[in-house]
Design a protein around this ligand. Structure first.
Ligand SMILES: Nc1nc2c(ncn2[C@@H]2O[C@H](COP(=O)(O)OP(=O)(O)O)[C@@H](O)[C@H]2O)c(=O)[nH]1
Ligand SMILES: [Mg+2]
Length: 255
């Protein structure tokens, strides 16, 4: 090799060695959940959406979650507020299992899809959660759903107070260190029964693959042919707690 070429190869090796995180891959045999969350969406939604919940915002989140499910070949997806979780099976083999690729591409895919949907530039971060067993995975989704219910109650309570004329500070102070019972009671006094608010606001929206039977026609044999297709289905009325766990177990096992 000529001296100049040797130097070039040397430079290439030295530079590539500095891509230190590129060899990080998903842990073999573990379940992975990629969770994406909108960046500074408290401020972003304040400017562009109805409070506390906006169907246009929800639809853009569902569209983003569907795109992620399709692109990553997720097993189950779930979205609530500004977050999205996508479950990947232990044997998942996308992007050579590279963590850098999975995080950066999922975040950029979510950001571009959501931005195009709402017509505003928005960003998502992305993180990885690891589970050893399917039981861990069920715990994870129960955890996200419980958090979602808590945030929905907080959102309704906060915006109800704001709508009565309380300032940001007053509403925050009124709700500080209060429990769920207090918030429910307060809402009731303003004519809002929290348990009757739409389920998607409290439980989130699920996405799973369902097999559907399709009937086609074969022009050569002049016969009907039945085939199955996998269709990505959106679940807007999810069960909760133990029922959700059982339902989700079934969804994941069925794929
Ligand atoms: N106006 C409005 N805000 C929403 C809606 N869904 C989620 N958000 C807001 O999105 C924010 C998400 O919370 P979080 O991720 O903790 O805050 P961030 O760090 O500012 O993104 C909360 O402040 C929610 O009120 C919606 O449908 N309408
Ligand atoms: Mg956020």
């Amino acid at each position: 090799m000529k001296k100049a070429n040797m130097k070039k190869a040397d430079l290439d090796t030295r530079m590539r060695q500095r891509e230190v995180y590129h060899n990080l891959t998903l842990v073999p045999g573990m379940w992975t959940v990629v969770r994406l969350d909108g960046r500074s969406f408290s401020r972003f939604t304040l400017q562009h959406f109805q409070k506390p919940f906006d169907e246009r915002f929800r639809d853009a989140m569902v569209c983003t979650a569907r795109t992620l499910m399709q692109d990553l070949h997720g097993l189950y997806g779930w979205t609530s507020s500004d977050e999205i979780s996508v479950l990947l099976p232990p044997e998942w083999n996308g992007f050579g299992r590279s963590i850098e690729k999975l995080l950066s591409l999922s975040a950029s895919l979510a950001s571009s899809t959501f931005s195009l949907q709402v017509g505003q530039a928005a960003q998502f971060d992305s993180r990885i959660w690891l589970g050893a067993t399917l039981d861990d995975v069920l715990d994870y989704f129960m955890w996200r759903q419980e958090d979602s219910a808590r945030c929905a109650l907080q959102g309704w309570a906060y915006w109800t107070l704001r709508n009565t004329g309380q300032s940001t500070r007053q509403a925050t102070q009124t709700l500080e260190s209060t429990d769920a019972a207090f918030k429910n009671e307060m809402l009731f006094q303003y004519g809002i029964n929290f348990n009757e608010t739409p389920l998607w606001q409290r439980r989130g929206i699920g996405l799973s693959w369902q097999e559907v039977l399709k009937t086609g026609f074969n022009p050569v044999t002049q016969q009907e042919v039945k085939t199955t297709r996998r269709v990505l289905t959106t679940h807007e009325t999810l069960p909760m707690k133990q029922e959700y766990r059982l339902w989700l177990d079934e969804q994941v096992q069925n794929i």
